[in-house]
Design a binder for this molecule. Structure first.
Ligand SMILES: [Zn+2]
Ligand SMILES: [Zn+2]
Ligand SMILES: [Zn+2]
Length: 252
């Protein structure tokens, strides 16, 4: 299995519009962060976690030429607004694209993209999607996916564990009951917003304490704000933990 970071930025992306700070004006390509999403490839199958407003540019960059499913963590704009662009894969593959979300997230998606789910939309050219509600572990093309309940501020959202990898973005607290789902991880990809506290995201310090508690072999921070420069932050992290960057690939 191979995972690729499609985007590692916080909701605004980095550079942030109209900001001229050191990180937003950095020439290091690893300081350019699109909105957060992960591409999972196994055999010749392809799953995307979240469809960001940057989905089209991300798919072009990675040469995405098929899409077997989309998993959604939650319905915030930075995680769903690229959904319309999956229609190209529907046209090519001639089969509705399966999407997976919990009930709350699916309701928001169906409201935001009403025209997609409206059975008699008269203008054509739209995606056909095959919605699946997540209410426990499930399989996509034979690959077992374990949803991991998380808290994003007060909002209950999902992370996903796939084999030895877990992707936990937009989390401020991992409920005790979710820790057993995260034992024996090889790779943990975790929300690491910035050093200052935030009501709905983990700080660097809190992310490190989660990684320590889970004794992960390799940890990667994502959903990164412009407070954190890639190079200088990595220099301060323990060797098994790195900030991820757009385009980074991991194999396991
Ligand atoms: Zn987000
Ligand atoms: Zn900035
Ligand atoms: Zn969010």
């Amino acid at each position: 299995m191979r995972v690729t970071f499609l985007g590692t930025g916080t909701s605004t992306g980095v550079p942030t519009l109209a900001c001229h700070c050191r990180v937003c004006t950095s020439s290091d390509p690893r300081d350019k962060r699109m909105r957060p999403s992960l591409l999972v490839r196994f055999d010749d199958r392809t799953i995307v976690i979240d469809t960001t407003p940057d989905f089209r540019a991300q798919a072009l960059r990675e040469g995405l030429d098929r899409l077997d499913a989309v998993l959604f963590t939650h319905s915030h704009a930075d995680h769903i607004l690229g959904l319309d662009d999956v229609r190209v894969f529907y046209f090519r593959q001639q089969k509705p694209i399966p999407i997976y979300a919990d009930a709350l997230c699916m309701k928001d998606i169906q409201r935001t993209f009403k025209y997609i789910f409206d059975g008699d939309y008269p203008y054509g050219g739209i995606a056909r999607l095959d919605p699946h509600l997540i209410d426990g572990p499930f399989e996509v093309q034979g690959l077992k996916i374990i949803p991991v309940p998380l808290l994003h501020g007060k909002l209950p959202i999902l992370g996903f564990r796939i084999s030895g990898m877990a992707y936990l973005t937009d989390v401020s607290e991992i409920p005790e009951s979710s820790y057993p789902l995260l034992q024996g991880l090889e790779v943990l990809i975790l929300d690491t917003l910035r050093p200052r506290p935030h009501p709905t995201h983990l700080t660097v310090e809190k992310a490190l304490s989660v990684m320590e508690r889970l004794r992960v072999r390799r940890g990667y921070g994502t959903h990164i704000a412009h407070d954190l420069g890639h190079e200088e932050t990595n220099a301060q992290l323990p060797p098994q933990v790195r900030l991820a960057y757009d385009g980074l690939q991991l194999e396991f």
